[in-house]
Design a binder for this molecule. Sequence first.
Ligand code: PLP
Length: 384
Amino acid sequence: MLNRGVQEELLERGYSRRQLGRVAALLGTGAAVASGAAPAFGQSQAAKAVAGAIQIGANECWTGPFPAGQAAAAKIVAQGNRYDPDGEREKLIKTVAMVEKLPESHILAWPGSGDPLVRTVISFCSPTKGLVTPDPTFEAAWRAAAWLGAPLAKVPMAQGKGADVKAMLAANPNAGLYYICSPNNPTGTVTPLADIEWLAANKPADAVLLVDEAYLHFSEAPSAAYLAATRKDVIVMRTFSKLFGMAGMRLGLTFSDPALQQRMMRYDGFQVTGTLPMTAVACGAAAYTQTADIKARRAEMVATREATIAWLTKRGVKVLPGSEGNMFMVDWQKPAKEVQAALLANGVQIGRSWAIWPTVGRVTVGSADEMKAFCVAVDKVLTA
Ligand SMILES: Cc1ncc(COP(=O)(O)O)c(C=O)c1O
């Protein structure tokens, strides 16, 4: 049940009484789904991994956590009887604050970033306050907006570019939430900080800007984190699922003004952020300061990505320009779903495509060996 104060606020924000029931059901169980809204919340957004296939479809890292992170996680297993054996959560927050130069009060840790992403939509959008995103982008926010009945404006991206922030504002000058993923999933393109700042300064004062930096460590792009400290209406989000190789361990971060955190916590938030798996917390805290490992892993990914793109280009395959992430997009010049299926039949599982560009599919950068196997499979599929 939603308490009376929350009900009143939601009614003021434009919800009908029937929609309040749906919100309560979603927040209570995490599993309620409006008819027709699929896939269900609670299901993995990544396509199911096909056993035995080379996994370059879900933007995971090709390898696991750094040695320092693995050692810290292994060490804490013996103290698994304690919720938080030695202030581990606090150590993580202090470490992140030091690295990001943010006040501790502005940092929250989550079990991955999927929860705060969807939670942000639910907290700041409503049937009268829409969501604006580029297209293509990570779709989780779209599904949350559809579930809420919040208007959704998808603003086409130019190939090779970041988000068109002016077009985003024009698409809905009265939205509740503007979402920018930079580097963007699936294009890997970066939205310049100057554009992000412009949107923060020009959006309506009561709207929130969410900057999803899931792939930031794979690029050398500067972070928007400072905006979370200098403004009261910007949330910057990170995950340990990508470069840190911790997708299955579940750890993410948000940076924002504490008042925004409160607005995201009107339902069970402190349960979610207060009691995280200590293995993930200890691993994340130890990994966050491993700057040499971060740099080396980024360099390895960039070298593999560029070698793969060079091979594809030489083979006459069109790769979209501008990726700074651990993924790139290929224009197969025919339905991307067909190529995805043909590659899977050859033991390589690549990523999905987006409706806006049906001939274009996403490929995650795996290890050098995995990408060589991918090239062999591409050659076979295109020759057939
Ligand atoms: C852009 C973006 N944001 C958020 C997420 C959520 O990831 P996680 O919940 O593992 O942190 C993903 C996962 O692929 C993503 O691509």
